[in-house]
Design a protein around this ligand. Sequence first.
Ligand code: IDP
Ligand code: MG
Length: 152
Amino acid sequence: MSTTEQTYIMVKPDGVQRGLVGEIIARFEKRGFKLVALKMFTPSKELLEKHYADLKEKSFFPRLVAYMLSGPVVGMVWEGLDAVKTGRAMLGATNPLASAPGTIRGDYALQVGMNVCHGSDAVETAQHEIGLWFGGEVNQYKLSRQEWIYEA
Ligand code: IDP
Ligand code: MG
């Protein structure tokens, strides 16, 4: 667990269409995480197949790729203490119906095939995904509010 851990968070096409980009960014900002990369993408099928390579044998894989191709997505990298696990907790469960209120999916989604937002599931996965989407290029800067978020 480190204060410079990074996670890849991506607002999916339904989240973009439903006007949830600002809301999702605001939640990570307010929690205390530092934004180090942000971009809207219209991803290729090949990129999505790489991003979801671990799921390619699943019956829902073609539908998942079609869903992710249905509009632009907004990818971002957030940095901070335990960012990967905390990001997943903020997202909620994969199935929105099993997500607690107060989580992103628990507040804004109902079905697993339309669950608004992606978050990396492990530190190594996050690094792999940041490589895929941003070529590993993230910004380095000091966040002035950091001393009001982390103990000395
Ligand atoms: P995660 O997004 O919570 O990490 P994964 O198991 O990695 O969940 O699945 C990736 C995405 O694939 C999910 O967010 C969801 O959009 C979709 N998905 C997962 N399971 C199903 C399913 O059973 N039916 C349809 N889509 C699914
Ligand atoms: Mg996953």
